[in-house]
Unconditional design. Structure first.
Length: 482
């Protein structure tokens, strides 16, 4: 009803404004009374155009440039009908209130088009902000727990990939625990600048150290670790976008597996206290280049837990809402444009967490590490991507399928219809935290890992010739759960 009243008001204002402009804001010779009487015909014709071209079906907040032809046709229809009335059906002066001057009819059509589009654009700007936490369908996990604050207070901490979504949130939460030193390692200068600038205003103790570096640079990592001697090394640097890594399997192998092994070896030599690999649920029975590379990274890191004093562990979790690689920013942009929202498959489902709760649980798991664990986070119940899209549309105050269309693009290379966490009693054991488990995941003998790493390095030399099928040959047979 409000939408219909707003559109009616636009038609009235456009009609009256056209007369004002035509007569230089003076009174038309036949008076305002007859002008307003003529508005009835203009109103009926205007609504006829809106109904004919289904403009009324578009909510004010769902407008986009692709809808412009509809409104242009509706306005043109109104103008054409008024001109037909004037020159064909009502040519006599006795019907002056129903046959405004041609210039007024045309000007009213232009103003009608501008007004209807402006109304919808302004209303679109009033879309309700979508809070990521609203998409979970459950409460968020507590962050900044006393155990985390106590575990990281006064400690020296290195975070790799510190400019990424998870890395930057880890940095925020570690800084809140008042570490002695917080070293931010990031290959992207721009990303490092952003997080360092953000945190610098909070860094009362001056503990921040920004380092532009590639984690796979052995000499540079050796110097950095020897200088800093960190208590914790949180390794978040990785390539995480599944379809992109399907197209670049060599880089997935080099950055996610080889660079991780190099960094872990240097961490052991430097006597780092705890090394935490940020892993993924896609490392369970992996089929994608990204999942395979992260599973290999887990194997290579856990192998080092058998010697030295460094406690090596990995933490697996699923999709993170609002991260740079998640669907949430893309859906938000598509909704703001008026749709459509693209979903790969209506059956596809994923586990979701917010960035803050995933990072908080990673830090909690780091304090539990004794060496060799793969921690698995309980992320609640899975959600279909279709449900996520519909929820976001509704949270924006719109109706899925009516205001915003949902279209299906098909499963992309490397994607599964569903992921798994492996936190059942048969696959994991509980820890002191209700949502952190230790997976029962077999580990290769040291000699087998040595042979595996040699094969990984040899395959990486293929460069662009390396295929995902080549990566699959690296995976050991580990039973049903890995």
């Amino acid at each position: 009803m409000i939408r219909a009243l707003a559109d009616s008001a636009v038609l009235l204002v456009a009609y009256v404004a056209a007369f004002l402009l035509r007569f230089d804001f003076g009174v038309p010779t036949w008076g305002w009374g007859r002008v307003l009487c003529g508005f009835g015909a203009a109103f009926v014709l205007g609504w006829a155009g809106l109904l004919l071209f289904r403009c009324h079906r578009l909510r004010a907040r769902a407008i986009s440039l692709r809808n412009l032809p509809r409104f242009a046709c509706a306005a043109a229809f109104t103008v054409l009908c008024q001109l037909l009335l004037r020159y064909v059906f009502l040519p006599e002066d006795g019907f002056i209130c129903l046959r405004p001057p041609a210039s007024v009819a045309i000007m009213a059509g232009v103003l009608e088009l501008a007004g209807l589009l402006a109304l919808r654009y302004v209303r679109r700007l009033q879309l309700r902000p979508i809070e990521v936490a609203d998409l979970l369908g459950r409460g968020e996990n507590e962050v900044g727990t006393p155990a985390v604050r106590e575990g990281f207070r006064g400690k020296s901490v290195i975070i790799t990939g510190a400019g990424g979504s998870i890395g930057s949130e880890l940095a925020r939460q570690v800084l809140a625990a008042h570490p002695k030193r917080l070293i931010l390692v990031e290959l992207s200068e721009a990303a490092l600048y952003r997080i360092h600038t953000e945190l610098a205003d909070r860094d009362a103790a001056g503990c921040l150290v920004p380092v532009v570096a590639d984690c796979g640079d052995r000499a540079l990592m050796r110097d950095l670790l020897a200088r800093e001697r960190p208590d914790f090394l949180l390794h978040a640097a990785a390539y995480k976008h599944v379809p992109m890594m399907e197209r670049n399997p060599c880089e997935a192998l080099r950055n996610n597996a080889i660079a991780t092994r190099v960094l872990a070896e240097e961490a052991r030599e430097a006597g780092v206290g705890t090394f935490v690999l940020i892993s993924t649920d896609k490392a369970i029975r992996p089929i994608s280049a990204m999942g395979i590379s992260k599973r290999l990274a887990e194997i290579l890191v856990r192998d080092l837990a058998n010697a030295g004093d460094t406690r090596f562990c990995a933490v697996r979790f699923g999709n993170v809402l609002g991260s740079s690689g998640s669907v949430v920013p893309r859906f938000r942009e598509q909704i703001a444009r008026g749709g459509p929202v693209t979903v790969t498959d209506p059956r596809m489902e994923r586990y979701f967490m917010t960035i803050s709760e995933a990072s908080g649980l990673v830090l909690q798991a780091a304090t539990f590490a004794k060496g060799g664990e793969i921690f698995v986070l309980d992320m609640g119940k899975p959600m279909t991507i279709q449900t996520l899209a519909e929820t976001m549309i509704r949270l924006a105050g719109l109706t899925p399928g009516r205001d915003i269309a949902i279209v299906y693009s098909g499963i992309r290379p490397g994607e599964k219809l569903s992921e798994e966490l492996g936190i059942s009693a048969a696959h994991a054991e509980r820890t002191a935290h209700a949502r952190i488990f230790v997976g029962h995941i077999p580990q290769l003998p040291p000699d087998a890992v040595k042979t595996l790493f040699a094969r990984i390095q040899a395959l990486s030399q293929r460069g662009l010739r390396l295929t995902v099928e080549d990566l699959r040959t690296l995976l050991p047979e580990e039973g049903t759960q890995s």
